[in-house]
Each structure stands twice: as structure tokens, then as C-alpha cells.
Design a protein around this ligand. Structure first.
Ligand SMILES: [Zn+2]
Length: 335
């Protein structure tokens, strides 16, 4: 895929184009932003651009042997690393180091992509840092993560940081309709719920996934009237039966984000986007503040889950926090 064919991400693409035009491509790049918004695709397109033998109008041709090999993942100088099991292992980093001792086989720039760089645990991250500190010529290292806070600060500071933005709803809906053949109404609903992520929208365009998403919404709405015992029983069953708790937590975040966005759209929000907050209002009693704090809380829980925390305890914490935030507000939670 050429850089021009990537949906959205105009700023990120411009920055990368400028680096190539000015022949100032840094050794270390860090791509951050939510899941499913085009970071990996851009990394691959950038690798094509760096190595295309017949570039056109400043972009890769998407046809020459180099472009085709990179596009299909067959190029010997494109190294793509992601977690093996739970983490990216130290051996995987050592293998990269070995390869980097030699010149690229055929590429002008060898490109090493570390997808899910937050999966580099301490030892592996330190080994990777050594590579970044003394990068051999003709190598570009791209770290991709949605959790830059989970990276070693020294890794982050060695890279040129490029932030990817959530995609606009109409862009997502159009991609679903034109590329995936999704029916218009389903595409619009999936795009609305996907919170800027095309990958998530693709999932939500599947009626079974959408039904699961709605079911989780029902469970969350029911929390407000539940006793603690009922809540524990719900979370025990949920943790036991969930196919992917990671996805369910993603669903909870989407549900909450949708609620926050709806309040902003309907003008129910008191101050986040616009007018001054009433000076007499007690911020601790403001639903918007509670929703934003709750979102942070769930985000933290999600990180804990990714770090292998106990599933049921994580879910209990999330549901208790939601129940507390919605206490007495169930009639207002209309999303
Ligand atoms: Zn090409």
C-alpha cells in the first residue's frame, strides 16, 4: 500500500513524507495512538516508500519488486517483531541485533518494526535500547504502541514520536461500505461505536459482535440497581465465561466513550467543551467529571489486565467503580 492510500492520518503521513524528502529519516520512530487506526499499515507503507525503486510523485509505486515484497511481508530486510506468547522475548531482540550487524540484503533501508512495543519487558526493552543507542546505518527502527506510558522513558526519548489520531466517523463508514460491502445503516452504527478505529468498526460491522456489544451495554446499565452480592456474582460469571476479557473491557470503554460523546453532542455536558462551569457547582458531584475519572479508572484496569492481573478482580474493580459513578444516575444513562 502506498502512503497516499492510507485513510486519514494526514499529519503523520506529512511528517513521514517530509523526512524522506529532506533525507532526514531518524533511526528510531515511535508510532502511538489507539488500536486499529493505521499505525502498522503506515509502518509498512513507509518501508515501501523508503525502498521503492520506481517512486512516483514522492510516493511508492506499490508495484516494483521491492514494494510487492514489502507489501506481502516477504522482503528479507523488513523485520516485523511482535510478542511471542505474553511478551516480546529477549531472544527476539537478540536476533534483531545479530541481523543488524550485517548490511541489508537488498534494501536501501532495512526496516525493523516492533508491533506492540509495550510488550517489551524490562530485559528485552533494555536490550532494544542498546540497539537504538548505537543504530547501524541503513536501519530504521519503528516502535508501535497504543500504550506509550508503558514504555521505558529512555526508549521513548530516543525516538521521533509520531502520534496517530482516531479516524473520523464518515471516513470509517465510507471504508466499511466501499471496501467491505457493509450495508449503509450497519456501517454508520459501527462507525459511530468504533471510536475512531477502523479495525474495531470492521469487527462491529459483524452482527454477532454488535449483539455482544449491546449485551455488555445491558449488563452495565443493570449495575446501577444491583446489590454488591449480585455484582460479585455477575463478575464471577462474566470472568469465567468471557471469550476475551480484553475485548470486553474495550467494549466497556467504547460504551462509556459513546455516553460521554452523546452528552457533549446533546449539550448535557456542563463545561468540558465550551462555556464556563457554574462557580457554585461542586465538581465532585458532576457526572461529567465522574465519567472522565471512570474512564481513566477503566483504562488503568485494562493495562493491569494486559499485565496479567487476576481477571475477576479487575472486572470487579471496574464494575464497582461503574456502579458507584452511576449511583442515582441510572435514569440519565440513556446510551
Ligand atoms: Zn515501488
Amino acid at each position: 500500500m502506498s502512503m497516499a492510500a492510507i485513510p486519514g492520518q494526514i499529519r503523520a503521513r506529512k511528517l513521514l513524507w517530509k523526512m524522506v524528502e529532506g533525507a532526514r529519516v531518524p533511526h528510531g520512530l515511535l508510532f502511538t495512538g489507539e488500536a486499529g487506526i493505521g499505525k502498522s499499515r503506515t509502518a509498512r507503507a513507509f518501508a515501501q516508500l523508503l525502498n521503492c525503486t520506481e517512486p512516483r510523485q514522492g510516493d511508492s509505486c506499490d508495484r516494483c519488486p521491492s514494494c510487492r515484497k514489502i507489501g506481502s511481508g516477504q522482503h528479507p530486510d523488513l523485520l516485523w517483531v511482535k510478542k511471542d506468547g505474553t511478551f516480546i522475548k529477549i531472544d527476539q531482540v537478540r536476533q534483531i541485533k545479530e541481523r543488524l550487524k550485517f548490511r541489508p540484503f537488498e534494501a536501501r533501508h532495512r526496516v525493523v518494526v516492533v508491533e506492540g512495543a509495550h510488550d517489551l519487558k524490562e530485559e528485552a526493552a533494555n536490550a532494544f535500547l542498546k540497539i537504538l543507542e548505537e543504530p547501524p546505518r541503513q536501519n530504521v527502527l519503528i516502535l508501535i504502541t497504543m500504550e506509550p506510558r508503558m514504555l521505558l522513558p529512555t526508549l521513548v526519548s530516543r525516538c521521533c514520536h509520531i502520534r496517530f489520531q482516531p479516524l473520523e466517523e464518515d471516513l470509517i463508514a465510507r471504508a466499511l461500505i466501499e471496501e467491505e460491502g457493509v450495508e449503509r445503516n450497519a456501517a454508520l452504527e459501527a462507525a459511530r461505536l468504533a471510536s475512531g478505529s477502523l479495525a474495531r468498526a470492521r469487527l462491529l460491522a459483524d452482527p454477532a459482535v454488535l449483539a455482544h456489544h449491546r449485551e455488555i451495554g445491558d449488563r452495565l446499565r443493570a449495575l446501577a440497581g444491583m446489590s454488591v452480592l449480585e455484582l460479585f456474582s455477575l463478575t464471577a460469571r462474566w470472568a469465567r465465561e468471557a471469550k476475551s476479557l480484553d475485548e470486553d473491557l474495550e467494549c466497556i470503554k467504547l460504551w462509556l466513550r459513546d455516553m460521554i460523546h452523546s452528552r457533549l453532542r446533546l449539550g448535557l455536558s456542563s463545561s468540558r467543551e465550551g462555556g464556563p462551569r457554574s462557580s457554585t457547582a461542586d465538581p465532585s458531584d458532576d457526572l461529567d467529571d465522574r465519567l472522565f475519572r471512570l474512564f481513566d479508572r477503566i483504562e488503568q484496569a485494562h493495562q493491569q489486565l494486559r499485565l496479567n492481573a487476576n481477571r475477576q478482580l479487575v472486572l470487579e474493580g471496574v464494575c464497582l467503580a461503574m456502579r458507584k459513578a452511576f449511583d442515582g444516575e441510572s435514569h440519565r444513562c440513556t446510551v
